[in-house]
Structure formats: structure tokens, C-alpha cells
Write a protein that binds this ligand. Sequence first.
Ligand code: NOJ
Length: 540
Amino acid sequence: MTFDRVPSHNRGVAPGHPWWRQAVVYQVYLRSFADGNGDGTGDIAGIRSRLPYLRSLGVDAIWINPWYVSPMNDGGYDVADYRAIDPQFGTMDEAIGLIEDAKRVGLQVLLDLVPNHTSSEHPWFKEALVSAPGSAARARYHFRPGRGPKGSRPPTNWAGMFGGSTWTRVADGEWYLHLFDQTQPDLNWSSPAVIAEHEDVIRFWLEKGAAGFRVDVANGLVKDPEYPDIGAEGVPVPYSDLDLLHDIVRDWRKVVDEYEAILVAEAWVESWDRLANYLRPDEYHQAFEFDFMQAPWDAEIMKGIIDAALIGSSGVGSAPTWVLSNHDIVRQVTRYALPQDVDARAWLLKGDRSLLDPGLGLRRARAAALLMLGLPGSAYLYQGEELGLPEVHDLPFEVLEDPTWVRSRHTRKGRDGCRVPLPWAASGSSFGFGRDGSWLPQPAEWSSLSVEAQDGVTGSTLELYREAIGLRSRYLVGTAEFGWVAAEGEVLVFDRGEVTVVVNFGADPVPLPHGEILITSIPADDGLLPSDGAAWLRPS
Ligand code: NOJ
């Protein structure tokens, strides 16, 4: 397969518009993207070998999930050394080589900053464990005495994100906080050492050419120093979205500004009123629009979310950052294939499989792509969505690696199903992912979803994404104004400059406005856009 025939569309934007403001960014889940050394796990060599593919998609940048030294208890979000590459992914030379190669073909490289917690294998935590209560080494984390007789009860009633308690007791009787797995102790951001260390880590990677960072758990850095119980009357969640965290971000912003780099927030907050705070001019450049990602396939709900995002972001002089999936959520092809009131995450474990309509899911996912890529702002694609990959919902329990599975005591299946390695070729033991097998098994049906099977095939999902990104760059990037034309019943119609975007969420076909059709997610004969389809056109 060669991709040279497909032009790159990432040619920057109109003057006065920084590249990231309307960028399409491709998320590379490193373990599952491409395996260069044939050990079954994706690596840096794999990404380098697939740069022509990324270029052929026309994206502006890639975001690479954590590649730092890690025991991999949470897929690399448990960092033992922030300044070194985990050997399973390659070497520092290869990392620098990738950043340089990517730049040469017009792709920026964003890295993942994991400031909320370290791994329990990090030297700081090891030092904390052998240091006394009250020591400077413990002050970098949240060590607390327990409650009750002999301090045998955890300091608070907070529940962990993956299930279980957020506290683990150490030999001398103190407890340490971990919002996630017990191998991911939370750092204490009131410690000057923690602040200084992260500033240094940021500079370290910017000096190596990174274009910025996606910031993990951006809403969770600061904890209420009183450690109140959750649910106590009048007390907001004591570990999420506390105002003090914005001071930390402002300091980071000064550093990244020196390098013209960007910060992207993974912030799970209640409303746009709160998310907008992260996008103030001296804070993050982008913050993922997670309401859009989690919305059911419903015109009215989508419109409400789009309006809230456009209004909320423009109020602080920013723009929305759209996303339909990532490595933490059930893939959209599967979400949209279920009745929209079914909780896809819960369904993974023991939901009724007969509820699934894969054809419907793919149809909606393709329409959703044209909706997202038609909106103002930036968009993040999660690897494999351009192939229309579904969630692998039937992974056997024994292969699951997500700590959620164990910590939830087998009540939540976790996120492995959206992390299955990409199929590059239509045949072979791992569909061209690597030489011999992959760390999670790929379904046999992925042969027909492989890059090889879709490349150059008119109407394939891969070609739909390529074409849409190209058209976006041609018509929508720059100054194309947004305006609703109609949002009645189950159809959304909006203008972006000279282009009109139509999305039909309803059951019946709808007539398209007259004009030149640029792209459709589904064949639209006789000027009719079928159910669950989308189109871009230039009205005449
Ligand atoms: C969000 C990341 O996306 C997720 O994969 C991880 O498990 C948690 N943060 C903890 O770092």
C-alpha cells in the first residue's frame, strides 16, 4: 500500500488563525496503532512507518497516548519516569526521530501529560513509602491518617474512578489517596516540588519538539485540603474542578507560550459555565467537548450541545474541540447501534446482544463524522474511527487488561474493547498490525474493515474521512461563518460559509437543498437524504 497519491491537506489556515484552532488531530493509542518490532504491542517504529497513512488522511497533528516508562497497570497512565520512553515502545532517539519525521510531513506531535498521579513505581512514591509520616517525601502525595479506632477506616468516603476505595493503607498505618488504581497515587499540587517538577517535564518535551500536551485528569489536580466526605450537604465534589487548579494552568501556559505550543484539557466538568473557565485566554487552548461524545443520536440533544459549546467557548474567545470517541469510551459505531437509551458501557458486560444493529451504528457514525467535521473549531479523531471500527464487545474476560475490570469486582468490563489493535491488512495473523499476533485479539470480521480493504474504495469509511477532511480544509477552514438554517424535528441544517451541512437524524428521507453536493455519508439519490445520513453541499 502506498499513500503518496493522496495529497496532504494540512496546509495551515487563514492568516491570524493559529493551526490548532481549526485542526483535525488524530489520536494514536500507541499500544494498538502499529507494531514495528513484531512483539504484539504498538511502538514508535510502527508510528513512523505509518506516517504516510496519517498524511494521506489530511490531519494536522497527532496526539500520542503516554509513552513514558511505566509498569502499564493503566495502559501507561501510571508513569514511573516522565523523561524516558518505555522500552516496549522504543528509545528516546526514536521518539525524537518521530517528532522530526512528523514535522517534515506537516504533522504536529502532541504528547500526553499525566500530572494528577504517578505510578507507585515512581522513585518519589518509593521514597515516600520508606519515609516517615509528615516527611517532605510524603508531602508530594496525599498521605493521611485513617478514621475510627486505630485509624483503620479510610480518611474519606470517596469512591475510585475504576471502583473500590480511593485510599490504600501503608505499613505504618497512614493511607494514601489514589482516585484511580492503587498503583496510581495522586500527587499533591500544593507541593512546590510537584509544581517545579512538572514545569521541568513540560520544558523537557517541548525542547524535543513536541507541539503541546493533552493534559490527563485536568479537572482533578486540586483536592479540598479539608478532605470532606462526598455527599455532605453543600460540599461540592472535593476532588474535581476546584477553582485553585486554574493557578497551576496559568503557570503552564506561560511556559508553553514560550514555545508556541498548546495545552488540551481532559476536563470532565458539570457544564459549559465550568468548562469555559479552562479556555480563558491564559489557560488551555482546547478542552474536549465530552457532551458531544456522549450524546445519544438525537437532533434536539445534539443541537443543544452544539449551541452550548459555541456560546460557551466564544464567551471566552475560544472555540470548541469536538470528539466522538477516544480510548476510554465505547466506540461510536457500537454506541449508535444500540437503542439510544441503553447505557453502552453497562451493556458490554451482560447486555442483550440482539439489541445491536451494526449497520445502523455504522450509518450513524458516518453521518456523525460529517456533522463533527462540519462544525467550527477543532476535531479529534480516535484511531480506527476512520475505518468504522466497532467496539470489540465480546473480548474474553481472560484477556482484559483495564484495571476497571478487577477494581469493579467484575461488574464493569472496562475499556479494552475500544483499544484493540488496528487492522492494516486484509489478511495475516494480526491483519498487518505487526508480524505475529497482537496484545488483544482482533475479530475475524476486521479483515473487511482493514486499511487495505478500504483504501481507494469509493464509498468506504476511510475514503469518506479522507474526502471530508480535504473538503473541510478547502471550504471550512479559515473564516467560514456558522449559522443555523433549520433545526426542526429530526433534521439539523447549518451553513459554514458557502457550504451547507444537513444531518438527518429521523426515520424518513428528507429533500436536500438545491446545489452542488460535495459529499454524503450515504448515497443520496433523487435529491433525497436518507435516514441517518449527512451531506455537505454548496447551495445554488
Ligand atoms: C484519563 C485517561 O484517558 C484514562 O485512560 C486513564 O485511565 C485516566 N485518565 C487515569 O489517568
